[in-house]
Write a protein that binds this ligand. Structure first.
Ligand code: DGJ
Length: 708
């Protein structure tokens, strides 16, 4: 990170403090008499430096293996003489203004027995109350060292109770939220899946401190690791009730050798701390992501029609052009061609073959992708295309030619996940191949306006033909290889929007999202399930990044219900017009028009989760524009009960002193809500609320609020 101004400080080896601060949060380190670095405080902002001296001593800031602390270390280095211990002492620290506007504090620690240096880097984003932490481990020895553990961050907290929310699931059932209280000992959230790393759990959590938190109340820390591979969060409560939280790459089968002079840079651990509950924590991260991390975070997003659910592998040119007409009829911006367009020796007519052979199937697309681009252009829409470039079917020409590029165990029977295997991205030739998939398509068809990048398999058959005797580097070098490819794509095609997909939501993190404008949260597009899935991901990711498509899943739910749910994210369709009646198509067109008008509020506004689907029968979310002059409210009756006691929904985030005119939009038949066309003060809307819920199953309402 380039520094524009910096201040370098060397402290005397008696108690001194290093404070990292955002507008409302302080993280304070102390250099002890023994020269070691301790974390004394993490919590609401402390503004008086004179108070620091009263803070508790704290535990070591970056705990090392082999010393006197009995709990899980952040760092474990094996030195060339076989000694596994490291003792880190404060050397200096530097505070600088980073190029992105954040304030970077770099603390250098070193071992005085071994030439191992550690730099703790903490970037503070003041307005968003976000801190991004990572570590650089430098081997200044003339011989290699082995890193057995190399965390991005260690944070400690001394609170009365700790409640951890995790997000577990599987394909089509992502991010199910559950909360448990942490007790003495360890709770580990991790993955060992490699490429499809988040299939069972994405790399984020919420941690409520002192008691349970709600959307609007309580101290809560929300954290996430920006690493597109195996991660591990270790929550360890010690004998004194202190919680240590270690975040980083999962060290499982990942001992990493650092050559003489080499530096190991860990991924970012990104966290925010809110004293006003979970809603504020999420808004902090959403705003930070749009401003600093998500690719084209401040830019627009295209609505689209995808052919996957409409055709699966069964299509030809004519069908696709027909679907483009549907896209035009609905009024979306783009047609997205999904899986099944490639392979000739082994045409991709199912997921059993063809993956890796990125030439158009002549029988399906005799005039190739170029013709589809032309047709889309003629119809006034953009054209996007699906790829899964990191993978290969054993039944493919690529596999026949380049078995050496495939991660596989040389002496064992292969096993397959979705009939495919993973290419060895630690190998630079494979990186060239993967980059070439995008580059060749873009060179041949520069009109391609969008990529959907899929990744349907975890790393299986774990052995890299390229890494030879460094097999334990595979999980790390795979991800680094992927980043090299993505960096090349971003450099050559900086404005190309791309969707990150992994058999649904199997791979999502804030490092990948530097290169992707959006992600596919789940293959489950049942709108009821999506209420939960979108809610779960919204803990950390903004609506702008979450693709939400209208499909034929859950036919019990009206088209309005399905469109209303999808309109809370980046709206798309995966449906044929022939699945819809004329009035439904007309409704979709109007709803897309409303969505386009309201995109600045829905995608860039502040999100308030008003009623959680987990509470039972209803759900409601609203988005408010930065200036509080416009808002959109979504309300859903999911499973209401007979004679249920219905309460008004209290809105949030408005200006109490302004008057808002309410209009119900996205209507199809029936009567509007009583509030339609009326004007209320922000105070009334937030204190008394509006009766948005009813007793009819699968009913939904969307309100547009405009300040007068
Ligand atoms: C999994 C994705 O999640 C789907 O949307 C679709 O693209 C299929 N892969 C295609 O194989």
């Amino acid at each position: 990170m380039a520094a524009v101004a910096s201040l370098c400080l060397n402290m005397a080896a008696h108690d001194r403090y290093i404070a990292i601060a955002t507008d409302h949060v302080s993280l304070i380190y102390r250099v002890g008499d023994n020269g070691r670095l301790y974390q004394s405080y993490l919590g609401p902002r402390l503004t008086h430096e004179s108070d620091y001296a009263g803070l508790p001593g704290g535990i070591e800031a970056y705990l090392t293996h082999g010393m006197e602390d009995y709990f899980e270390p952040a760092l474990h280095v094996e030195h060339p003489d076989g000694n596994h211990s490291t003792e880190l002492k404060y050397v200096s620290h530097q505070v600088s203004a980073a190029a992105d506007g954040s304030t970077c504090t770099a603390i250098t620690l070193a071992d005085d027995q071994y030439p191992t240096t550690v730099r703790l880097l903490l970037n503070a984003y003041a307005a968003q109350d976000v801190i991004v932490a990572h570590t650089e481990i430098v081997n200044a020895d003339k011989r290699p060292v082995t890193l057995h553990k190399y965390a991005s961050s260690l944070l400690s907290m001394n609170r009365s109770r700790y409640f951890l929310t995790e997000y577990s699931g599987d394909w089509a059932s992502e991010v199910n939220m559950s909360e448990s209280e942490l007790q003495f000992g360890k709770k580990v959230l991790d993955t060992k899946l490699g490429s499809r790393a988040s299939m069972f759990m994405p790399s984020f959590f919420q941690l409520s401190l002192d008691g349970h938190s709600s959307e609007t109340q309580g101290d809560v820390l929300v954290g996430t690791l920006a690493w597109t591979g195996n991660y591990r969060f270790t929550f360890e409560v010690d004998q004194n009730g202190l919680l240590r939280l270690i975040s980083g790459i999962n060290p499982y089968f990942s001992a990493y050798q650092l050559k003489a002079g080499e530096t190991f840079t860990t991924p970012d651990f990104i966290f925010t701390y809110s004293t006003q509950g979970r809603g504020q924590a999420s808004r902090n991260l959403h705003s930070w992501a749009r401003q600093y991390r998500l690719k084209n975070g401040s830019g627009d997003r295209m609505t689209l029609l995808n052919n996957w659910e409409a055709t699966f592998f069964d299509f030809d040119e004519q069908k696709l052009v027909g679907l483009m007409d549907d896209a035009v009829r609905l009024g979306v911006d783009m047609f997205l061609l999904d899986d099944g367009w490639f392979g000739n020796k082994y045409p991709r007519s199912s997921d059993h073959q063809g993956l890796g052979d990125w030439q158009e199937t002549a029988s399906k697309l005799p005039h190739k992708v170029g013709y589809l681009c032309e047709q889309a252009a003629k119809k006034g829409i953009k054209f996007g295309i699906w790829i899964e470039p990191e993978m290969v079917n054993p039944k493919s020409e690529l596999y026949e030619k380049h078995k050496d590029w495939v991660i596989h165990l040389p002496n064992r029977k292969e096993y397959y996940f979705r009939n495919q295997m993973v290419l060895d991205l630690s190998n630079p030739q494979v990186q060239d191949h993967v980059f070439g998939v995008v580059d060749r398509l873009m060179t041949a068809y520069p009109q391609i306006a969008f990529f959907k990048w899929d990744c349907n398999s975890p790393i299986t058959n774990i052995f890299s033909p390229y890494l030879k005797d460094k097999q334990s580097h595979l999980y790390v070098d795979y991800v680094r290889g992927l980043y090299k490819v993505l960096e090349r794509i971003r450099a050559k095609y900086p404005d190309l929007p791309m969707m990150l997909c992994s058999g649904g939501g199997g791979r999502i993190d804030y490092e990948a999202l530097r290169y992707f404008t959006e992600f596919w949260p789940s293959d489950n597009t049942d709108p009821v399930e999506r209420l939960y899935i979108q809610y779960g991901f919204s803990s950390v990711y903004p609506a702008k990044a979450q693709c939400a498509h209208v499909t034929t899943w859950n036919k019990e739910a009206s088209i309005k219900f399905r469109v209303d749910v999808a309109s809370m994210g980046k709206l798309g369709f995966d449906i044929k017009c022939s699945d819809l009646k004329d009035d439904e198509i007309k409704f979709c067109r109007e709803a897309i028009g409303n969505y386009n008008r309201l995109k600045p509020v829905i995608l860039d506004g502040d999100m308030y989760r008003l009623v959680s689907p987990y509470e039972g029968n209803h759900a409601s979310t609203m988005m408010v524009s930065g200036g509080k002059d416009r808002a959109v409210v979504f309300a859903f009756d999911v499973n209401p009960r007979y004679r249920e006691h219905l309460l008004p929904v209290k809105l949030q985030g408005l200006d109490s002193n302004r008057q808002y005119r309410v209009a119900e939009i996205n209507r199809i038949g029936g009567w509007p809500l009583g509030c339609d066309g009326k004007t209320y003060s922000g105070e009334y809307l937030m204190t008394v609320g509006l009766p948005l819920f009813g007793t009819t199953r699968l009913t939904s309402h969307v309100l547009e609020l405009v300040a007068m």
